[in-house]
Design a protein around this ligand. Structure first.
Ligand code: SF4
Ligand code: SF4
Length: 336
């Protein structure tokens, strides 16, 4: 069985090192929406320092969206995402574990599709698959003269298992990785899956959908100085020391502004808790995305919002500020 792959970077500190400075609150979308300190890294750290166990802070552990924005903000260098995942594993909620295991076993039993002739593949994830027109446009843009093949098995169930801290059966992982081995380029929509794929397939070049699309000349030509370009935080924070240069170059070349704060941390727009991702809870009430979207828009003079993550479209449309488009719709610039 496999959980998260071993991280090769130096070990980060744990919750015992939390000083209570509160800097993580500045970037945490759950804090922005709920104003509940118990649902933040600070709240979890202080509870654990005072003897709480995972079951005592279950709601907090489940509410984290794993956007990773708190990690670069934390002066104590605490591995906040890995620690949330460890706590989710400790929670070990039988209904979640059972339903995800059943999903993975079903996938593992499916026959393998023929391997595409191309050396590149797109792993779109469940949300993009539900929007076939946008998905087709992404594949066409990334394919250059042709169309980038879309993986028959894009590991959506594995992405959910990673998110829930549920172990991945070896047979399921092997079925997922086998067609990907030896590919030169893999574009991935899910930032959490991207983190793991880089460790599972170190010889492939694995990039986020946002990075892949924002490198395309047709997309860059369509970006304008009065655009707000919304970076997907999970993939960005998985590799932010490299990607900050990519987005700096994008801003200088196009004049657009991005959802990076003064510390160049990508601020999330839409955010889904684990129960929401599992379809057990609607995105309503204290987790209303419009609160976060309004905060990102505050004080900006823009006429269009361009998002990397298709889930952010709905978050910004709730605010009804200006047109919202996905990167893939930019190349034909239907909103000019
Ligand atoms: S990963 Fe995101 S949602 Fe979770 S605690 Fe950090 S900033 Fe908040
Ligand atoms: S930023 Fe780090 S040290 Fe400061 S309160 Fe948050 S988790 Fe604790």
């Amino acid at each position: 069985m496999f959980g998260l792959a071993k991280n090769t970077s130096p070990p980060r500190r744990d919750y015992a090192s939390c000083s209570g400075c509160g800097l993580c609150l500045l970037v945490c979308p759950v804090w922005r929406r709920s104003r509940d300190i118990g649902l933040t890294p600070l709240g979890r750290a202080k509870a654990l320092q005072h003897g709480a166990v995972a079951a005592d802070i279950a709601a907090s552990i489940q509410s984290c969206t794993l956007c990773a924005a708190c990690e670069p903000a934390c002066p104590e260098d605490i591995g906040l995402v890995a620690m949330t995942l460890d706590l989710r594993r400790e929670l070990n909620q039988p209904a979640t574990v059972q339903s995800l295991r059943a999903r993975m076993e079903e996938q593992a039993a499916r026959p393998l599709a023929p391997r595409p002739a191309s050396s590149a593949v797109l792993l779109p994830g469940q949300v993009l698959r539900e929007r076939p027109a946008t998905l087709a446009r992404v594949a066409a843009l990334l394919g250059g003269a042709g169309t980038m093949p879309i993986a028959d098995d894009d590991g959506s169930d594995i992405a959910l298992a990673l998110e829930a801290g549920v172990e991945i059966p070896a047979q399921r992982l092997e079925r997922f990785l086998q067609p990907l081995r030896g590919l030169k380029n893999i574009a991935v929509a899910d930032g959490l899956l991207l983190r793991q794929l880089r460790q599972w397939l170190p010889r492939s070049k694995i990039v986020s959908l946002g990075e892949a699309l924002s490198c395309l000349p047709a997309v860059r030509r369509a970006l304008r100085a009065d655009d707000l370009y919304v970076i997907e935080p999970r993939a960005y924070h998985a590799d932010y020391q490299r990607l900050v240069r990519h987005y700096d170059t994008l801003c200088s070349a196009t004049g657009c502004i991005v959802n990076l704060d003064l510390q160049r941390i990508a601020i999330p727009a839409a955010a889904r808790s684990l129960p929401q991702r599992l379809g057990l809870e609607a995105a309503v009430g204290t987790m209303d995305d419009s609160v976060q979207a309004r905060w990102i828009l505050q004080g900006r003079k823009i006429t269009r919002i361009v998002v990397e993550n298709i889930e952010d479209v709905a978050a910004f449309e709730q605010v009804n500020y200006c047109p919202v488009v996905h990167l893939a719709d930019l190349a034909d610039d239907r909103t000019s």
